[in-house]
Design a protein around this ligand. Structure first.
Ligand code: NAP
Length: 339
């Protein structure tokens, strides 16, 4: 089978296509013929050597993917041949509270991932794909989609009409925009580019702020929310945005810390920034399989089609990495194995 391999820390240039023999199946294993995969910021971090607990040997990269079950082990009960499946980001986090053991390994980081014609995994590492989505769209749920779902619906209890602030127009934020819009929330989104903000409006953004031309964007958000601030902030910015995100959140509101697209350095936060307004600051890491199954159900029932910015063929995987690395994308970047 055709596959790619990458050594953590070796850089995007070290991504190589190669042929490997198919792996034999264990009794609880499923063989999936992969049809599409998608990229996330964490895949660039893996290439740079900035992702946690990397193996010392090259592995198949990427975690997001959709494919078809082509063979099952003798003891497999969750799937039958012919079903369409997507990956469960943390194959050992089935449900319940997070623990280090549940999140010790993920596809495309410590385990072989989805950028290969075949994925062999224990049946627990897969979820049925949304029936309403094609393979490309279904390939975007496992990381960005699940993280957005967890942030919006797993951390806080938001009433319809609640205001959510989304930062930038990358994969997580655009997924969060589409979910928030479908759920009757009031999404405000920022971007460095006005054309991206226009695209965000077409996907349901109710208000927009250009964080480049309005460096004090948190004040704009407070103004847009009648002086109150957002009920929830999906904080993907890190170093350059966290303090402002806290200011932009309302009294009693929540800031969900997810990423650091603007840098991962230290942030100085006054205790008073949390105490006075009784604000909540909490981190999350993707989510459990139970959350992913809830997301699949919502995507089907609300007829959400995730925004895909650009599609690359299997032979163009390195171009796909370069495209995401340049940061010009809007939403998701996908690799279609049929191209
Ligand atoms: N905790 C978790 O489980 C988890 C899961 C997924 C992702 N993450 C992390 O979350 C972050 C986002 O991931 P992603 O896959 O969505 O990344 P992405 O698609 O690469 O997002 C890139 C976008 O971030 C925006 N951005 C850059 N600097 C910004 C700033 N100063 N303020 C606001 N927006 C800014 C830009 O939007 P514009 O072009 O519109 O300006 C850019 O296009 C990453 O750090 C990633 O590692 C964490």
């Amino acid at each position: 089978m055709r596959t790619y391999q990458l050594q953590s820390g070796a850089g995007i240039g070290a991504l190589v296509q190669t042929d490997l023999a198919s792996r034999p199946l264990g009794p609880r294993d499923v063989r999936v013929r992969m049809r599409a995969a998608a990229l996330n910021a964490r895949d660039l971090a893996f290439a740079r050597g900035a992702f946690y607990n990397p193996p010392s040997h090259p592995i198949v990269p990427l975690v997001d993917g959709c494919g078809e079950v082509v063979e099952i082990g003798d003891e497999v009960t969750r799937f039958v041949v012919g079903e369409r499946v997507i990956t469960n980001y943390y194959p050992r986090w089935i449900d319940g509270t997070i623990t280090p053991a549940k999140t010790a390994v993920s596809f495309g980081a410590q385990l072989d991932g989805t950028l290969a014609e075949e994925l062999v995994t224990d049946q627990e590492g897969l979820v049925r794909a949304p029936a309403s989505l094609d393979d490309r769209a279904a390939a975007t749920l496992s990381c960005a989609g699940l993280t957005a779902w967890h942030a919006l619906f797993g951390v806080a209890t938001l009433q319809p009409g609640a205001t959510v602030l989304l930062l930038g127009t990358g994969g997580v934020s655009i997924w969060a925009l589409q979910l928030a819009s479908a759920a009757g929330l009031f999404p405000i989104i920022t971007s460095s580019q006005d054309d991206k903000l226009e695209r965000a409006v077409s996907l349901g953004a109710r208000a927009t702020v250009n964080y480049r031309s309005t460096p004090e964007w948190q004040k704009e958000v407070i103004g847009l929310t009648h002086g109150l601030g957002a009920d929830l902030v999906v904080e993907v910015g890190g170093e350059g945005t966290l303090a402002r995100s806290l200011q932009a959140s309302r009294a009693g509101g929540t800031v969900v810390v997810i990423g650091r697209v603007s840098g991962g350095g230290g942030v100085s936060i006054e205790p008073g920034a949390l105490i006075g307004g009784a604000k909540r600051l909490t981190g999350i890491t993707t989510g459990s399989r139970a959350m992913l199954e809830d997301l699949v159900r919502f995507v089907d029932s609300a007829a959400i089609t995730p925004a895909i910015d650009k599609v690359f063929g299997f032979g163009e995987a390195r171009d796909a990495y370069d495209y995401v690395a340049h940061g010009q994308h809007f939403g998701k970047t996908v690799i279609d194995f049929s191209q």
